[in-house]
Design a binder for this molecule. Structure first.
Ligand code: AMP
Ligand code: ZN
Length: 482
């Protein structure tokens, strides 16, 4: 079966072909770098990585752009509230620029740890202010904007009749429900800021001159401006989390298509949410809400570093993501992550034994497994099914080990689990009562309580485990005689 992808624009699984033969232009909304990415954000990037790998496996060159939102994302979708970067700067007593730099690096470290393929470009919104201003000028010249004095330049959604189509919005319902909350001066609750004016009352660290006065761009305009400048006016694929459908992507479509008169993106793919399981202590026991969509604004969320400190590896989390279809919700729980870790360990035991044995896949049985695996992947990235096929293939006594080794290596180019490298599976299991001490030691190190951290290290040593702090922040161990 040729590659089929579920397109949010058509609400159906459509056969995928890029506009330019052999080349896929793909834009993915990147992080807002005012805080660490949580594992919900990372789930979306894992899904996008699986898509990228699938496209490359199908023989396409992929131009993959992931932006860095380092300005303009307000704390509310209704264009009120504070700029998240300025808020992050106040929270930490640093400059907004320092905050952006620090969290961009932290994000890219998580990216590498999860074995996500490096994008072709990582454009930062603050490096593309000129293009954003030019796009707003274009929209103004075509009559799509209006100004609210003392506030900003807004997109007039009533002038774009298809505005509600993408998210199947009920505009009348929205208008009826929003009488109280709408920003003063907005003609419709769906209108959105393209440019916000700096005001004398608020001293901003990030602001620029524009034809309409000093200020800063709205959040949505950056993605349209960067995507179209780097990839061209029509993208093959635009991705993001499902939370972006109603506002952010709807606004991106309106402003891009109003400016160019062309389709902005042919395929829209959206990743389902990672949910916090209630009562799991998913936030490390700090008493977070639990049960809803994991979000940065809740203040309590789980990062990849927290998981590493709890003794999981980034690949355990990647495997956990692979167990659910990308469009479905996925409940995060430690029990679920433990079972992903166990499955990955078992898988590695089998695949490690095959390393170095590859021979070409010639048997009918081997080729049948190959087509079953690719069938699953090409069916809108059905990786949970593909994982099941991998496990069944490994147990099939009719397939030679050499063929198995070749299939594992080929399929791992899609799964990205590092199954052709044996190192991780050599780590011996820790006794259950020692595992919680890893988190305690990480906490002591964070507090620079070296005495406590050394005492904990000694406890591991006394039981025959020598701890090793890896450069990526994770902790490994070796078994020695106690
Ligand atoms: P942000 O940094 O908040 O702009 O989000 C970065 C990416 O993570 C976007 O594509 C969001 O749609 C996505 N995202 C946010 N929360 C979740 C979640 N709980 N589960 C999956 N994806 C999410
Ligand atoms: Zn975006």
């Amino acid at each position: 079966m040729p590659l089929h992808l579920h397109n949010t624009a058509t609400r159906s699984k459509d056969p995928f072909e890029p506009l330019t033969p052999g080349l896929v232009k793909m834009y993915c909304c990147g992080p807002t770098v005012y805080h660490f990415a949580h594992i919900g954000n990372l789930r979306t990037y894992v899904f996008e990585d699986l898509l990228r790998r699938t496209l490359e496996f199908s023989g396409y060159e992929v131009r993959h752009v992931v932006n860095i939102t380092d300005v303009g994302h307000l704390t509310s979708d209704a264009d009120t509230g504070e700029d998240k970067m300025e808020k992050g700067a106040r929270r930490e007593g640093k400059s907004a620029w320092e905050i952006a730099e620090y969290y961009t690096r932290a994000f890219q470290k998580d990216w590498k740890a999860l074995n996500l393929l490096e994008p072709t470009e990582w454009p930062r919104a603050t490096n593309h202010i000129g293009e954003q201003i030019a796009l707003i000028e274009e929209l103004k010249a075509k009559g799509y904007t209006y100004s609210i004095p003392g506030d900003g330049i807004y997109f007039d959604t009533a002038k774009f009749p298809r505005y509600a189509d993408f998210a199947r919005l009920d505009i009348e319902g929205l208008q009826a429900g929003a009488r109280v909350a709408v920003t003063e001066g907005k003609k419709s609750p769906t209108d959105f800021a393209l440019w916000k004016f700096s005001t004398p009352e608020v001293q901003r660290q990030m602001e620029w001159e524009s034809p309409w006065g000093k200020g800063f761009p709205g959040w949505h305009i950056e993605c349209s401006a960067m995507a179209m400048n780097i990839l061209g006016e029509t993208l093959d694929i635009h991705c993001g989390g499902a939370d972006h459908i109603r506002v952010h992507h709807t606004n991106e479509i309106a402003q891009s298509e109003a400016a160019t008169g062309k389709t902005f993106a042919r395929f829209w793919l959206h990743g389902g949410w990672l949910l916090e399981a209630p009562d799991d202590g998913a936030d490390g026991g700090k008493g977070g809400k639990g049960g809803g969509k994991m979000s940065k604004s809740s203040g309590e969320f789980v990062t990849l570093d927290v998981l590493i400190q709890q003794g999981y590896s980034p690949m355990d989390y990647r495997y956990f993501c692979l167990t659910a279809h990308y469009r479905n919700y996925l409940n995060f729980s430690h029990a679920g992550l433990d079972s992903a870790r166990d499955s990955l360990r078992n898988l590695r035991k089998r695949t490690d034994a095959l390393i170095g044995k590859s021979v070409p896949v010639r048997s009918d049985k081997g080729q049948e497994w190959q087509s079953r695996f690719l069938e699953a992947v090409n069916d809108d990235l059905n990786f949970p099914q593909a994982l099941g096929i991998l496990n069944l293939m490994l147990k099939d006594a009719d397939v030679l080990d050499g063929e198995k080794a070749t299939l594992v290596a080929e399929w791992d180019a899609l799964l990205g689990l590092g199954l052709t490298v044996a190192e991780k599976s050599e780590i011996p299991d820790l006794p259950g009562d020692l595992t919680p001490l890893l988190a305690e030691r990480a906490d002591a190190r964070k507090r620079k309580d070296w005495a406590r951290s050394d005492a904990l290290r000694d406890q591991f040593r006394a039981r025959g485990f020598v701890l090793k702090d890896n450069p990526d922040g994770s902790v490994g161990w070796e078994k020695v005689s106690a």
